[in-house]
Design a protein around this ligand. Structure first.
Ligand SMILES: Nc1ncnc2c1ncn2[C@@H]1O[C@H](COP(=O)(O)OP(=O)(O)OP(=O)(O)O)[C@@H](O)[C@H]1O
Ligand SMILES: [Mg+2]
Length: 1003
């Protein structure tokens, strides 16, 4: 039976019984009229005293007894159907019980709100059969039936949940009583329902929520939403409720049930909370909003959506500026009335009385509003219950499949990650819901959801069916668990890349890799005539063509500030979002905030063209305004979520109709540990050759000796094009660091001076090629000693490693005494590889430069004479803190008339062409410019800066803004001959610190 039909029966049971009183009065009235021949009392009121009755005919004698029976039946119906908290007086001790107790039936038991309910007062109160059917408001006053008799009182109780609405019409003066009635009713409802099973929205333009302020603690838990005070907000809330009602009607009732009550009675667990819209006033509404209100009132009760409206007599009627709503559909009414007729008459009411639609002409008195202590107690209990429910969220273990890797991904991948009203709720990446957006405030549970998704998918699909790129832009080390760590050999076999504390450039590089994969698939598909992933798999069995999911936590970091990195990120996201579908490439992006991202807003339409493709949204608790950005402008549902892990899943681009209220599973550490063991065992059994993911750890230093590019040198120069690690990947995708043909900066025979690791997928090391062409030196710039020393050492050592013994001679000058040890360490390393190396301090600087100048002139002469032989040896000058030696370079040598500066400039201007190169460290760019001389800034074509503000590098970078490289463990590399843009690198750590260094910056 639907809740409404049941309520109608109850209401008519009571009012028919009360009607007996009224019909008796009517008959007496008729009789009196006959007796008095038309001089009887007015038609509206009829005296019902014993004298009149005695005067009545004997056929009425039995009627009195009938009336008594009818009244007692009405009273018993009202008591029986308003049990426990629904009907108890405010002085009942149970109101003060502190226990958050036994589970009861209701949405919370199966659904997102948890499962705790109030104990006492006879156990579960919202339970099977739609109990309670009635909610007590006060007393119906029946005047004495016999002379000297006592007035009879029948409890006044009205239907509400699953039954109908309530409209209270009052006057301005008596508004307080009406609000008190609402307070009492709300107290009863909240006390009766499981915590979280009732959601309340209050509209109060008059007192701005003051009348229901006692319930304010429930706001933080989403039970009560923020008070609406403007017409616009009310209209928005109505639109949202009507969407909710529409969704429930379609998704839950689906033509099979008349109401949620009926559905629950049929044994389907109820997951939807009851929603109460409390209107403490009703403004003139625009036509559309007025229609929405009517529609919600009419269909809402079947969907657990109810309106309690307090309307002042002058409101509600047709008011200027909009259509009023004189009476709500499906509402019992309670109306303030003043004294009419004699007290003691049926139909007369006291001053300050009330009439209701149930009790007809009989007057009613409302109960007092509940004491604040009762409201506070109920509120506290609900808060505790909601919090307890949060702690007891569902566990991921129950959602994992019994066996690993048993699913196939041709049509898409799908993973259950939450519990909703109808059981497990999954996220699917397929042709309909291609990409997924996750949002929520700090601590709402975004990263946890991502873990659920990654582990859940990894359990279902094998690494040949699904690949991941996992990027985390937060300090949290959430994704570190997917990569190998010291002491923990586990790695996620599906992961191609794991980025922890990722740099923005690295993030972009990963997106680029995904875009390249998409292009690769596109080429193959065109060649084979395949139209989608399924077609590609069928046509080309040489590769499993796995689906690829790019997971980015806090992706907004990549888009801020608005610079070249952000622009590239946005354009890559756009391409992937728009075209990923056909190629099985999916994005899963999570963020704390989606508003105020300049990179999305600066370019008109970018936000829409990217996120328009994200049909799948998961909104964890967040602000109303973020909810509107994350879901859709009319969807504030995420603003009303109460706890960690509570979420709205929406597969319809955030349209409110698609809202599904769920609880995200919690990945219990023990469950994960077991899954990881199973995955490891599976790798050994099924894919023993699987390589661990490429890992990037933002804070880790780069170690030259451990770098695959360096390890692969083995005395050979790096080829002009190709991966020194032998992996076949081309150097410098995107902004090419090295030209494929080597035409600009030299060729395969020229050594490459490594300085660091790029924030990129490949190659594993970057540097500057020391070709025999003007400008081919390296300037290290900036005040950060550790970084500068490390890069100079790495540059020299890597050149040494590419040169056969006898092919290189090195002079090292430690101008700053603090660098002597670093110079010695470098010298030892070079000597170990067979290269003659000489170390000196500031006193030897001039001599080294003079000798270099002399050698350059000699080599130039030899070249002119056609004798190139001697010049096959590369001569390298490595100078630490060159700027500190400037004072000693000014003076001219008496014999040669040359100054140290002259020799330095000979080196910078003419050295490279004859194989004499400088690797020098200047602590400030202005000193470099001074040393090179006016108009000769380009004599050193490549520099790498560390710890300098971008503004200091603007000129050197060819008037390009430089935003990176200002922090420790970062540098920015620019080679004017080959790079379009400065590029961030992780500097190699100094040689002497390598033993203690953390391994694995990028591999
Ligand atoms: N579904 C859940 N059930 C129970 N606890 C959860 C759930 N999700 C998250 N938590 C807990 O809440 C805390 C915050 O979760 P999480 O780190 O996932 O949030 P977040 O939204 O990523 O936060 P931040 O914005 O700070 O990164 C964690 O301690 C986690 O254990
Ligand atoms: Mg997080």
């Amino acid at each position: 039976m639907s809740g409404t039909r049941r309520a109608r029966l109850l209401v008519s049971g009571i009012s028919e019984n009360l009607g007996v009183v009224l019909s008796l009065a009517d008959r007496l009235d008729e009789q009196a009229a006959r007796l008095e021949a038309g001089e009887g009392p007015s038609a509206a009121t009829v005296t019902l005293d014993a004298e009149t009755i005695n005067e009545a005919a004997a056929d009425l004698a039995g009627s009195l007894e009938g009336v008594r029976l009818a009244l007692s039946e009405a009273a018993s119906l009202a008591r029986r159907h308003a049990p426990a908290f629904a009907g108890a007086g405010w002085d009942a001790p149970e109101w003060h019980s502190t226990s958050v107790a036994a589970p009861v039936a209701g949405p919370a038991a199966a659904g997102p709100a948890g499962a705790a309910g109030p104990a006492g007062l006879g156990g579960p109160v919202i339970g099977p059969g739609g109990q309670p059917g009635l909610w007590r408001l006060g007393r119906i006053l029946v005047p004495p039936l016999a002379r000297g008799g006592r007035p009879v009182e029948v409890p006044l109780a009205v239907p509400l949940l699953d039954a109908g609405n309530l409209q209270i019409t009052t006057t301005r003066e008596r508004r307080g009583e009406a609000v008190g009635l609402v307070r009492g009713l709300l107290t009863r409802v909240l006390a009766s329902a499981s915590p979280g099973a009732v959601r309340v929205t209050v509209y109060d333009p008059h007192e701005l929520g003051a009348g229901l302020a006692g319930f304010a603690p429930l706001r933080a838990h989403g039970v009560v939403g923020p008070t609406l005070t403007s017409r616009a907000r009310l209209e928005a809330a109505l639109a949202e409720l009507s969407a909710e009602v529409g969704r429930i009607t379609v998704d839950r009732l689906g033509g099979r049930f008349d109401s949620l009550r009926e559905r629950e009675d049929a044994g389907v667990p109820r997951g939807e909370p009851w929603r109460l819209l409390i209107l403490l006033g009703l403004p003139p509404l625009a036509d559309e909003a007025a229609r929405t209100l009517e529609a919600v009132a009419a269909q809402g009760p079947s969907c657990g959506v109810h309106i309690i409206a307090v309307v002042e007599a002058e409101e509600g009627a047709d008011a200027p500026g909009g259509r009023g709503v004189p009476s709500l559909p499906r509402a019992e009414t309670v109306t303030a009335v003043e004294l009419q007729g004699d007290p003691g008459d049926v139909g007369a009411v006291m001053p300050g009385g009330w009439r209701t639609s149930m009790s007809g002409l009989l007057g009613c008195a409302l109960d007092d509003a509940p004491p604040m202590s009762v409201v506070a107690q109920v509120t506290t209990r609900v808060v505790a219950g909601v919090e307890q429910a949060v702690v007891r969220g569902p566990d991921l273990g129950g959602l994992l499949p019994p066996g690993l890797w048993e699913y196939e991904s041709s049509a898409g991948v799908s993973v259950p990650v939450a519990h909703g009203p109808d059981g497990a709720v999954g996220l699917t990446f397929d042709d309909d819901t291609v990409h997924c957006l996750v949002g929520g405030q700090a601590g709402a549970g975004k990263s946890t959801l991502l873990l659920d998704v990654v582990y859940g998918l990894a359990a279902r699909y094998g690494p040949d069916q699904l690949r991941f790129h996992l990027l985390d832009f937060k300090e949290g080390l959430e994704f570190a668990q997917f990569a190998q760590r010291p002491g923990d050999p586990f790695f996620l076999p599906h992961a191609d890349t794991v980025g922890i504390e990722s740099d923005r450039e690295f993030g972009v590089a990963v997106l680029r890799a995904a875009r390249n994969e998409m292009q690769r698939r596109s080429v193959t598909m065109r060649a084979l005539g395949a139209r989608d992933l399924r077609g590609l798999r069928a046509a080309d069995r040489s590769s499993p063509w796995p689906r690829v999911v790019v997971v980015v936590d806090e992706f907004q970091v990549m888009l801020t500030p608005l610079d070249t990195v952000a622009r590239e990120a946005v354009s890559l996201l756009e391409v992937l979002a728009r075209q990923g579908r056909a190629y099985g490439i999916h994005l899963l992006l999570a963020s704390q905030t989606l508003s105020g991202i300049d990179a999305l807003d600066a370019t008109a339409g970018k936000r829409g063209s990217i996120f328009g493709q994200f049909a799948l949204r998961v909104a964890l608790r967040t602000s109303i305004s973020e909810s509107r950005v994350l879901l859709s402008t009319a969807n504030e549902a995420a603003g009303a979520l109460s706890g960690v892990g509570e979420a709205i899943v929406n597969r319809r681009n955030g349209h409110p109709v698609g809202n599904e209220h769920v609880r995200v599973a919690y990945p219990d550490p023990a469950v994960l540990a077991e899954l990881r063991d199973q995955l490891s065992a599976m790798v050994v059994r099924a894919v023993p050759a699987m390589r661990p993911p490429r890992v990037f750890v933002g804070h880790a230093p780069a170690v030259l000796e451990d770098n695959p590019a360096f390890q692969a040198l083995a005395g050979r120069p790096v080829p002009a094009s190709g991966d020194p690690a032998g992996g076949g990947a081309a150097y410098g995708s995107g902004t090419a660091l090295l030209p494929a043909d080597g035409s600009v900066d030299g060729s395969a025979g020229d050594p490459l001076a490594f300085v660091g690791v790029p924030l990129d997928l490949a190659p594993p090391a970057v540097g500057v090629r020391l070709a025999r062409l003007p400008g081919r030196h390296l300037a290290v710039l900036g005040p950060l000693r550790r970084e500068a020393v490390g890069m100079l050492q790495a540059a020299a050592v890597s050149v040494g490693a590419q040169t056969a013994p006898g092919g290189l001679v090195v002079d090292i000058v430690a101008v700053d005494p603090a660098t002597v040890a670093a110079a010695e360490t470098l010298a030892s390393a070079l000597r170990r590889t067979g290269h003659p190396t000489y170390v000196t301090d500031v006193t030897g600087l001039r001599g080294v430069l003079a000798s270099a100048g002399a050698e350059i002139r000699a080599r130039e002469e030899a070249a002119l004479a056609g004798q190139g032989g001697a010049a096959s040896t590369t001569r390298l000058l490595v100078v630490f803190a060159l700027d500190a030696g400037r004072a000693g370079l000014e003076a001219r040598d008496d014999a040669s008339r040359r100054s140290g500066l002259d020799d330095l400039r000979t080196l910078t201007r003419r050295g490279p062409a004859v194989g004499v190169h400088l690797l020098g460290w200047w602590r400030a760019p202005s000193r470099l410019a001074d040393d090179l001389g006016p108009g000769h800034r380009d004599d050193i074509a490549a520099w790498v800066a560390t710890g300098l503000p971008g503004g200091d590098l603007f000129g050197l970078a060819g008037h390009r803004p430089v935003t990176a490289g200002t922090t420790p463990n970062r540098a920015v590399l620019f080679d004017r001959h080959v790079q379009a843009e400065p590029r961030t690198v992780v500097p190699f750590a100094p040689l002497e610190t390598r033993s203690g260094a953390d391994n694995g910056t990028a591999v």
